[in-house]
Design a protein around this ligand. Structure first.
Ligand code: PLP
Length: 809
């Protein structure tokens, strides 16, 4: 299919034989999937090594402006299959491996998910890197190489149990350790200003703690284009010069723990000091390595902003601002004004949440003590900010927007003040930033605000994960959609084509059978692939309202118990979600879902009509199995709370119909597919804000008035759902005693109503298939290819570099 075949079948077999012999003293015929994975991984890495090198050289020689995406999380998942796809080797390698009698999927499953992220934020960063390379854009990632990824989740008696994810235990074929590009990062000590012979003041540091940051680089392979960008992840070590200071194992362990674990929470700050230290560690290492690279271009420091763009993904890397200032001031001796101008022009920032508790703040005392030079610079940024605005703006506005307020440092404020662009991640979210959450800043810097609606890579989330659908699309509309996802809209030409609708339904059925098999193997639950597969997969959080889904399930159950012969369209509810280990309430909801599942799945009155499946250990690889099999996509967060969402986009591309509140990117999905191809319900943004203003929401009133709500809620405390004495009460109280923070009870009735509509519509298979087709057809616009192209143009000012053409010339 591809003219870019880098390797023939015979060459591949020869290479494979050689590597199996060298590494394992084995033949292909006697190898296991483990050895095959390692050997194939090496072959793949070797086959892009040249392009990787050439990409770097090309960027350097042509002084190409590059962007660096700083993110404390990356969530790429497995990489073998996606690299094979990008290199045009997937079909050849699969066929060859299967000729030798192996199941290719067994080989793929050997790879541990690279899970250095919690959820959407980290997955977005990984989609962006994939898309940057695939659009030939010079953009790289910068983050932390955690020894342990996000915890592995198991259920014991229905409770979440967290196990460590030692993903590096059997090695990582994709990474390259670059010892020679290590840098030192300084912590603590005292910094004082010393007068230089020329009269100027320079900071001098004493008694600092020095740690070595070692980069591990992973190639990010562009789709069929010879571009290979770099994801650089930093790991901590003790520098040789400091060895003598760490004598005991405990002391060494303390240091090494810095990059040991990912904080398993994407919405609350925790781990405090280690987290702050992690943030400075990867920021400082990343910026130093950028500066080292820039020196190689021999360009003057005064023009660095023409060659470097730095992106602050959420506030975790906000120290990029003072760290860049430190280097420009202390190492290049630039004036404050000059350094500030360059810094602001290089930096840009994405806001990912409007939830107050998720906006990062650090105690002044902590930053002062552990990062003294950072503190001095932040203090000066803050001082100048206030001075410059005094007299121009009301004092209360200045006080609300300054960086240091009382004894806290506001990282979002630092990010906005220190950058030239602040973007939200969906239209509604960006509008809320301007009108409510960051309104004060919008008054100060209207030109800095913009929207970049999130996206997903169709390569992983359609081409790779849903091969039956991808193949059918190729046969129907040609293959151009693989490079230009908006071409998926050609599918609309088949809206009335019964044969195609039938074929689409066949692919969905195939995927449902595959998922049913997986469910049987992992949970020992039999599910009927003819039932509606209703999917909610995302981090477990109160605002995402998995509980609303559960309330509806309980209602269906009680209705069926009352009248087992009532009409009911069989449905399988599928959940995937991890709760932060310290988030008790979220864990209680997991327990409640699991106990409800056990109750319903084993009730002979219910039989096949309802099945509840909570698949453990939700991660990228699990998402890849679930999403292609989904009929219904649950995107039911309270309006204003989900900044964008991206699982909504993945599910839509795979032909699931969305059950949507008007939140995040759901609004844009509704605009593209049209109101007839989505199920919208629930409070709107305006209604939610009205409740906040008036303070007149009363969950108790709803409970008192609505017998259905009463009956469903009582099931949590009256023993109807067994084994949840504590959790049931906690949930019950959250809704009534604590007045239902996320307005579930208000949205409950409309939710049940559209769910009933879903069931009726599903019976009309032609109607359903047309909705499903429309969702796939309109999903191309949510390709992160387009999102990163807009970042490239509007924010980073980086341009594509066509290495493929150059290579052929
Ligand atoms: C896409 C994705 C997410 C984000 O899901 P939302 O529903 O948008 O929060 C989280 N985790 C994984 C593994 C994903 O693939």
């Amino acid at each position: 299919m591809s003219e870019r075949q880098v390797m023939t079948r015979d060459e591949f077999i020869e290479d494979l034989r050689k590597r199996l012999r060298e590494n394992f003293a084995m033949e292909i015929e006697t190898a296991t999937p483990n050895e095959l994975f390692v050997a194939i991984g090496q072959i793949v890495r070797a086959s892009y090594a040249d392009s990787w090198h050439r990409t770097r050289q090309r960027y350097l020689e042509h002084k190409q402006k590059q962007s660096y995406y700083f993110s404390i999380e990356f969530l790429p998942g497995r990489m073998l299959k996606s690299n094979l796809l990008s290199l045009g080797m997937l079909d050849m390698v699969r066929d060859t491996v299967e000729e030798f009698g192996f199941d290719f999927d067994d080989v793929l499953r050997v790879e541990n998910d690279m899970a250095l992220g919690n959820g959407g934020l980290g997955r977005l960063a990984s989609c962006f890197l994939d898309c940057l390379a695939s659009r030939e854009l010079p953009g790289n990632g910068n983050g932390i190489r955690y020894d342990y990824g996000l915890f592995k989740q198991q259920f014991v008696d229905g409770y979440q149990v967290e196990l460590p994810d030692a993903w590096l235990k059997s090695g990582n074929v994709w990474e390259v350790r670059r010892e020679s590009e290590s840098v030192n990062v300084h912590f603590g000590g005292n910094v004082y200003m010393k007068q230089m012979p020329d009269g100027s003041l320079k900071p001098v540091a004493e008694n600092e703690r020095i740690l070595k940051a070692v980069p591990y680089d992973t190639g990010v392979v562009g789709y069929e284009n010879d571009t290979v960008n770099t994801l650089r992840l930093w790991s901590v070590e003790i520098p040789a010069s400091e060895e003598g200071k760490y004598r005991s194992i405990e002391e060494r362990r303390m240091v090494e723990d810095l990059t040991a674990v990912l904080y398993p929470d994407d919405s609350n700050e925790q781990g405090r000091l280690t987290r702050l230290t992690q943030e400075y560690f990867f920021v400082s290492a990343g910026i130093q390595s950028i500066i080292r690279y820039y020196k190689k271009t021999k360009m003057p420091i005064s023009r660095i902003n023409e060659y470097i763009a730095i992106h602050i993904n959420d506030t975790h890397p906000a120290l990029c601002v003072p760290e860049m200032m430190r280097i420009l001031l202390d190492e290049f001796d630039l004036s404050w004004e000059k350094a500030w101008g360059l810094t602001v022009s290089m930096m840009s920032y994405t806001n990912h949440t409007i939830m107050q508790e998720a906006l990062e703040k650090w105690p002044v005392s902590m930053v002062k003590y552990h990062l003294p030079r950072m503190y001095q610079i932040i203090e000066e940024i803050d001082r100048r900010f206030v001075t410059n605005l005094q007299g121009l703006y009301p004092d209360d506005l200045i006080q609300r927007t300054r960086i240091i307020q009382g004894d806290q440092i506001h990282m979002a404020n630092l990010s906005i003040i220190g950058s030239h662009s602040t973007n939200g991640v969906a239209k509604l979210h960006s509008d809320l930033l301007k009108s409510v959450v960051l309104h004060d800043f919008y008054v100060l810097y209207p030109e800095r605000f913009n929207n970049k609606t999130n996206g997903i890579t169709q390569r992983r989330w359609l081409q790779l994960s849903n091969e039956p659908l991808a193949g059918l699309l190729d046969e129907t509309i040609g293959t151009s959609w693989r490079k230009e996802p908006t071409d998926l809209q050609m599918l609309m030409n088949y809206y009335d084509d019964d044969r195609l609708l039938e074929l689409l339904a066949d692919t969905k059925h195939k995927n449902k059978v595959r998922l049913a098999k997986y469910i049987k193997e992992t949970c020992n639950i039999e599910v009927n692939p003819n039932a509606i597969f209703d999917v909610q997969i995302k981090r477990l959080h109160a605002y995402k309202r998995q509980l609303l889904n559960l309330l509806h399930i309980v209602k269906c159950y009680l209705d069926l118990k009352d009248d087992p012969n009532r009409n009911f369209v069989p449905r399988v509810w599928i959940f995937g979600a991890k709760a932060a280990p310290s988030y008790t309430y979220a864990k209680s909801i997991i327990k409640a879902i699991n106990e409800t599942a056990t109750l319903i799945n084993n009730d002979p009155d219910i039989g096949d009509k309802m099945k509840i499946v909570f698949l453990p250990n939700y991660n990228v690889s699990l998402a890849e199995i679930i999403i292609p099999a989904a009929d219904v996509s649950e995107q039911i967060s309270l309006a204003t709370k989900e900044a964008s969402g991206t699982s909504n986009m993945k599910l839509m591309a795979n032909g699931a119909v969305t059950m949507a509140t008007m939140d995040g990117a759901n609004v844009e999905i509704r605009d593209y597919v049209g109101a007839d191809n989505i199920y919208v319900f629930g409070l709107t943004e305006e209604e939610v804000y009205r409740y906040y203003e008036k303070g007149d929401y009363s969950a108790q009133a709803i409970y008192d008035q609505d017998p259905v709500v009463r009956r469903v809620l009582n099931a949590f405390v009256d023993g109807t759902i067994p084994n949840i004495q504590r959790e049931g009460q906690e949930i019950f109280d959250s809704l009534l005693k604590y007045n239902d923070e996320f307005f579930l009870l208000k949205d409950f009735e409309p939710y049940c109503k559209v769910q009933e509509q879903v069931s009726q519509d599903y019976l009309d298979q032609t109607k359903w298939r047309k909705m499903s087709l429309t969702n796939t057809a309109k999903s191309g616009i949510f390709s992160a290819d387009y999102t990163v192209m807009k970042y490239a143009e509007d924010i980073w000012q980086i341009a594509p570099v066509n290495l493929h053409k150059e290579k052929r010339n």
